[in-house]
Write a protein that binds this ligand. Sequence first.
Ligand code: ZN
Length: 465
Amino acid sequence: MGLTLFNSLGKTKEQFKPKNEDEVTVYCCGPTVYDYAHVGNLRTFLFEDVLIRFLEFKGYKVKFVMNITDVDDKTIKAAKNNNTTLKEYTNRFTDEFFKDLQSLNVKEAVKYPRATDYIKDIESHIIKLQVEEYCYERNGSYYYAINKFSRYGNLSGLEVNNEKNKTRLNEDEYTKDNAQDFALWKAWDKDDGDVYWEGELGKGRPGWHIECSVMSTKILGEEIDIHAGGVDLIFPHHENEIAQTEAVTNKRFVRYWIHSEHLIVEGKKMSKSEGNFFTLRDLLDKGYDAKNIRFLLISSHYRSQLNFTFDGINQAKESINRIQETYSKILECKPEIGTNTEISIATKESKKAFEEALDDDLDMPKALASIFKFIRNINKYLETKQVSEENKSEIIDYFETIDKILGILSNKTIEFDDGIKELIEQRDKAREKKDWKRSDEIREELRNKGFIVEDTEEGTRIKRN
Ligand SMILES: [Zn+2]
């Protein structure tokens, strides 16, 4: 069967076939670096991480690029309000963005191009559009004439000549020929301060949509395999990208447009005024672990709306603990030589079920269900000491395989510092003397330090809380 993905262009699940057999080119619209990324943004970046990881899992070499929007109204305004230069301001939030990605264990792109490094290319692309008459100039600004591009609206399903759209957009847009035409280049005005470029198009700065067309074609070529982002980018951003790019190249810009759904928080639309607007640092400050946030954000289907709740983070933590615990037990177990065919088969089948679920348009809930089913099985086998040496390495391989996508497990058996070791020894001694009171006190002390004590037939077992 192989991988199928839901293509927003055409709105059907399609068999994934990249242009070149073994290399996949992926472009994801990155952040506008005027503030910290919020959980809604992070959901999109994490869905893209799962996509990239799964493509690599399938054996593709992935060339993945994500842009950084470091010039627009918001960044210019924020830099001004903070009495700093655009460059200094956007550098700061670009660094913060990279820190978030690192905390969330997101794989690095091969390149993170910044719009301001591509101004010359943007100018020459606009000039090409002008030569082909897709673009016109008004008062120093350049606009794309959408009625010149016959496929405009194909991605979003927007009717270009819809009267309602026209009147709604018309109110404050007097300079354009058509209300839905969009700016490719904005002439300088006083609010821009010292932010401008003065080249072939005159004093001004690029619009947002054009940067993605230019950077993606410049870095990945005129025909790319996958372009991804949140659903809110379908219109107008991605619609405009298609129009800008294909008008110049006369080629199909993107084979698969993949979009992730919105995120809501505690059942409500996230907004600063509702008080339910969270960045990663807000959540870390509240004591939540990035690993649990990662798991929560990737655990629902990317095309379903995700309800982000604090209860959900706690559930994510429990889920990770369940997976980690069985993995740790397997790493620590000392099995007999030999093999148990039943366990071998169960392991192979579960690995296959995991891959097949993700092959089906990245069905993560189904993939996770297969993992928990497997874990219940393996726990039974561990309890009855049926896991053989060969099974052990097969099961370790299983966990390493699923973690290529999930990115949440640790293969280190727990290491304790001397203080913890001493407490464990003291507790063992107290138990020998049947001093249950002392033993319980130490158990509580360990719990406060983040460790859970289990007394098993084989002795004391410690796991992280
Ligand atoms: Zn973009």
